[in-house]
Design a protein around this ligand. Sequence first.
Ligand code: SF4
Length: 327
Amino acid sequence: ENVLLDVRNLGVQFVVRKGGHRGKHPVVHAVNDVSFFVRNGETLGLVGESGCGKTTLGRSLLRLVNGDVKGEIRFEDTLLGSLNAREFREIRRNMQMIFQDPFSSLNPRLTIGQMLSEVLAVHKVVARDKIREKVYELLDIVGLNREYYNRYPHEFSGGQRQRVGIARALAVNPKFIICDEPVSALDVSIQSQIINLLKDLQHEFGLTYLFIAHDLSVVEYISDRVAVMYLGRIVEIASAEELYSRPMHPYTRALMSAIPLPELDRKRQRILLKGDIPSPLDMPSGCSFHPRCPDAMERCRAIEPQLLPLKDNPEHFVSCLLYEERR
Ligand code: SF4
């Protein structure tokens, strides 16, 4: 039903090559058997601590990783893995990405106007003689005026640079945008401006977002549904409302308990997790969260829980042995 992106059993692994190391090279499973979908016009938030695989997941959808990618990715019913490079480029226009640091993806020697013109020309978005007009329109859409046309990236503030990053993504009229920590590097007041801009653009152009971030408050504000990742796996997915009011996976609960609360409501107890995130080279057996889980049971060491829907809420998926009866 109205699914734009459908991902099944996605895996991304990297072989770690050590100089002079003989025998088998260790393999890191950065993303491990991940399945999810994104509906047309919605925002799916993807949260987790750094190193959990969320950025690799996002990049793998656009063939931007060097690792070995397995599984099925369907975009509008097209199986992306079956496409050759040329066919993929065609579809790829519909799938754009916004990065945490737009500066790193902006050529410092081009003015913003030149840079956007180049994108429009390469993708033949409009006729040559309409390019300048289109650039003005793009600048306008992201809240920058014409005066910015002749400026260089270093003359922009962080928030303005992110607006340019958004303009560049929008230039090719995409349907789907992967926002990878787009506001993490910005001041809080600027963060909300950019998030509100993304929301407005979503309504105006019917965009669909995969919104990757570690800040749970930001994700709650922008997302319709949220997926939580831990050590390369999705451990819980639900509507934002459900997940933030009834988190079920012990890891999600711990993450939620760390969100600062407004003054009046101080009831929540912070759940502190023991230990550090294990190295992906040395994955724990069974449930990979068991060494840190406050609710771990004996069988959690041996049995790997599956991400399954709850009986009473088929939109709420959780991967934890505590809820076996309820799934
Ligand atoms: Fe904790 Fe066990 Fe659930 Fe894993 S399966 S999250 S260890 S209770």
